[in-house]
Design a protein around this ligand. Structure first.
Ligand code: 9WN
Length: 438
């Protein structure tokens, strides 16, 4: 029998479904990217998750970032994984006993109370912190949220700018493909080809328990990932010239966006943010100087070992659309590349493929070698909006929302058909859908 004060049953809207994904993936202090494949906390995932979560629970969004930042190392690095001690060791590889952060990372100030990886991921966090604050400034001020995270975010950027300028030209280098976040992008093929892979029998890939082998990186890729990570660990996670160092456009563009956000945070806390805006401008200038290719109308990665550009068209080369002061003619060229035959947006694709549709290495299902991802679509959508490309931004936002719904919040999708690949119920897909629905 109906009781008058029972609320009527809610329609199962996309918003509710997205909220449910985040609810199911919440552990009590942070959110896992996906229950099966990625059962710990990941750095840039948490930033994207917080950006969506702020619309449902600003308190959880703040907690998400605070949990991650509590695992920061003494040298300022924010680790790419914070391990959940209650998850069995064999649930994910590489596990804490591979990274051995507390011992191998002692010299770099790894925390003693929590186990982490020793590499990093793109710095989306200050941007996320600012957006989370804006969702509920009253709660944020009451909890002293910005005052507590600001010093950690500042130390994180300091680490990147001072310890990771391996090319000496003012940009940050990544020392492992996992750091940039697009693990098996063809952009890494050349620099990775110089790395001797660890023998396949020396590790066990837990990812293949959950994902189809043809959608994941190959064993050869993994051998090289393991070798690079183990060498870094064996050097005590000390930064310096190593076998792999690449300046990546998306990583650096996200640092620019986050520096601008940090300037706003400083201002909110009563300090002038001008020095930070100026630093963001210097970074923007270095990005254009070092990575822009006028003939191709996009940004390329740069191999620090050889000093040469890596002439593969990855979605990372479009992400600098986010830069608020990118010169107008570069914006126009990027939009031309995005909608042209290599990425096909609005013509052959509705979300942005992770790699050149015409590239030799293109594969519509293999991870970062072609499939479309929701976080990069969101970043490009934001960039288009920054530069007032409204029609394209609207179409991309609509496509992201629709594909998230039909793919059950997939990790990534076939760029032509939108068919789901990888995990479903993927947190950043749900979070960024929520963000665009607001
Ligand atoms: C390695 C968690 C992470 C994302 C990365 C994505 C994938 C891990 C893996 O999953 O990488 O860090 O095991 O493949 O490439 O961007 O942060 O979702």
């Amino acid at each position: 029998r109906d009781i008058a004060y029972d609320p009527p049953p809610a329609a199962d809207t996309l918003q509710l479904r997205a909220g449910r994904v985040l609810e199911e993936n919440w552990t009590g202090s942070s959110t896992v990217p996906s229950r099966g494949l990625y059962p710990h906390q990941w750095s840039w995932d948490s930033a994207f998750i917080a950006i969506g979560l702020r619309h449902r629970s600003p308190l959880r969004a703040q907690t998400e970032l605070e949990t991650l930042l509590a695992a920061q190392w003494g040298d300022g690095r924010v680790p790419h994984i914070v391990f959940n001690p209650s998850v069995p060791l064999d649930a994910y590889f590489p596990s804490p006993d591979f990274w051995r952060s507390a011992t191998a990372g002692r010299g770099a100030g790894a925390p003693r109370t929590v186990q982490t990886s020793g590499i990093v991921q793109p710095p989306v966090h200050a941007l996320a912190a600012w957006l989370v604050h804006c969702a509920d400034p009253w709660l944020s001020r009451t909890r002293g949220f910005l005052a507590r995270v600001y010093p950690r975010l500042a130390a994180w950027h300091r680490y990147l700018l001072h310890r990771r300028d391996l090319g000496g030209g003012g940009l940050v280098s990544v020392v492992h493909p996992w750091e940039q976040g697009m693990d098996n992008s063809p952009c890494w093929d050349l620099p990775l080809s110089r790395i001797t892979p660890a023998p396949a029998r020396s590790f066990r890939r837990a990812d293949l328990d959950h994902g189809a082998a043809e959608d994941r990186p190959t064993d050869l890729d993994y051998g090289r990932y393991v070798r690079l990570a183990a060498d870094y660990r064996d050097r005590g996670y000390a930064d310096g010239p190593g076998d792999f160092a690449v300046e990546d456009p998306a990583f650096n563009a996200l640092l620019v966006a986050s520096e601008h956000a940090l300037a706003r945070i400083a201002h909110e806390l009563g300090a002038p943010g001008t020095a930070r805006h100026a630093r963001a401008e210097r970074l923007t200038h270095a990005l254009v100087e070092r990575l822009w290719d006028p003939a191709e109308g996009m940004f390329f990665c740069r191999d620090v070992r050889t000093g040469e550009p890596i002439r593969e068209r990855g979605v990372s080369g479009l992400v600098p659309l986010l830069l608020p002061t990118l010169p107008r003619e570069k914006v126009a060229a990027l939009v031309g590349t995005l909608t042209g035959p290599h990425f096909g947006l609005g013509a052959t694709t509705r979300l942005v493929p992770s790699y050149d549709l015409l590239g030799e290495a293109f594969d519509p299902h293999r991870y970062w070698r072609g499939p479309a991802w929701f976080n990069t679509a969101w970043l490009v959508e934001r960039g288009l909006r920054v530069h007032d490309e409204r029609a394209l931004a609207d179409a991309l936002a609509d496509a992201l929302i629709a594909t998230a719904g039909t793919s059950d919040f997939a990790e990534y999708v076939d760029p032509y058909t939108g068919e789901a690949c990888g995990a479903t119920g993927f947190s950043w897909t749900a979070a960024l859908t929520l963000d665009l629905l607001h």
